[in-house]
Design a protein around this ligand. Structure first.
Ligand code: SAM
Length: 325
């Protein structure tokens, strides 16, 4: 069985998109909406560079782009695609986690007119069987986005405490039978450690019934992926740091695909837009008393039916934006 080891992420060649079409690596979601939010910006930080789809469009509009991704293979693919702007000094790519931009090599003092997060995984990461994100038959269980993640999905599922596993499935997958599923996973791994997607799919089927299918598998696999990559805690840590990297008038735009992500973004934007941030029970206001900025999207922007028709991934996308004053 193929198993992506931590170190192999550094050395394996970039698998080109099956069709070889530019953009086939990953079709960027809500692209015109993102371009509109960044009108007038000169200097963009794309925190989730992926295949460079959003970055390419923003470069075409004359903006300078710094791209960050925790996946070395995504970075290599984006560099290959954006080699011309890179040579012209308009584009640079940094390996790292957006929750630790300084660790990725970004100077503390560097500010941006626009910051983009397009969360989750790219189609390429998902489609590459060896990365272990998919529930396709025979696929390994891995799901690590980058070299900064230690435990793969198999190791997580084979070692996690049953109570923690149940909490994870409830919190990230909204799974009503989380406790039963956690117990089933522990029972099965005691007989034989989990190694492939089939092991998890079989456990899900045993608990959710033989008629459970792609939607249930996708939901549970996504929950495991979020835990493996510490995605929600990373986003929560990153949000205030990203806000503080905006120039005055700069826009933070975030596309999320999971209700937990969207909730974090919505609440952060609401808090930063409030005039008073004192605790509700406090009698007198002792805070700065001025909003840090304004939420540009009272409701999240969803993809149009036309976009969803050509890119089903856009179905669950929610775009929110906030401007610093
Ligand atoms: C949905 S894809 C982005 C696609 C990109 N917008 C495009 O148009 O090609 C998400 C990317 O973000 C990266 N990523 C996810 N979480 C990250 C994090 N905490 N730090 C850096 N990169 C991250 C993933 O490795 C993946 O390549």
């Amino acid at each position: 069985m193929t198993r992506v080891r931590y170190s192999s992420l550094h050395v394996s060649p970039v698998r080109t998109a099956p069709s070889g079409r530019p953009g086939a690596y990953h079709v960027p979601v809500l692209l015109p909406e993102v371009e509109t939010l960044f009108v007038g910006a000169a200097n963009i930080l794309d925190c989730t560079l992926g295949g460079g789809g959003h970055a390419a469009a923003l470069l075409d509009r004359g903006m300078r782009v710094t791209g960050v991704d925790r996946d070395p293979r995504a970075l290599a693919a984006a560099r290959e695609r954006l080699a011309d702007p890179e040579r012209a000094g308009q584009f640079r790519a940094l390996l790292g986690n957006y929750a630790d931009l300084e660790g990725a090599g970004l100077a503390y003092s560097e500010l941006f007119d626009g910051i983009l997060l397009d969360l989750g995984v790219s189609s390429h990461q998902f489609d590459d069987l060896t990365r272990g994100f998919t529930f396709r038959e025979g696929a390994p269980l891995d799901m690590r986005m980058g070299t900064d993640v230690d435990l793969g999905a198999d190791e997580l599922l084979n070692t996690i405490d049953e109570v923690d596993l149940s909490a994870l499935l409830r919190a990230y997958a909204d799974e009503p039978r989380a406790a039963r599923l956690a117990r089933e996973i522990v029972r099965r791994r005691d007989r034989r450690p989990f190694a492939t997607a089939d092991d998890l799919v079989d456990a899900i089927r045993a608990v959710l019934g033989p008629r459970s299918g792609a939607p249930e598998f996708a939901r549970i696999f996504q929950a495991v992926r979020i835990a493996v990559n510490d995605e929600l805690a990373g986003l929560e840590r990153a949000l205030p740091k990203l806000r503080d990297r905006l120039t005055s008038g700069g826009v933070l735009a975030i596309i999320s695909y999971h209700s937990g992500e969207d909730r974090l973004v919505k609440n952060a934007f609401r808090d930063w837009s409030a005039a008073c941030i004192c605790p509700p029970k406090q009698m007198m206001c002792t805070c700065r008393g001025e909003p840090l900025g304004e939420t540009l999207t009272k409701k999240p922007i969803n993809a149009t039916d036309a976009e969803i028709d050509v890119n089903s991934r856009a179905r669950s996308a929610r775009l929110r934006a906030w401007r610093r004053v």
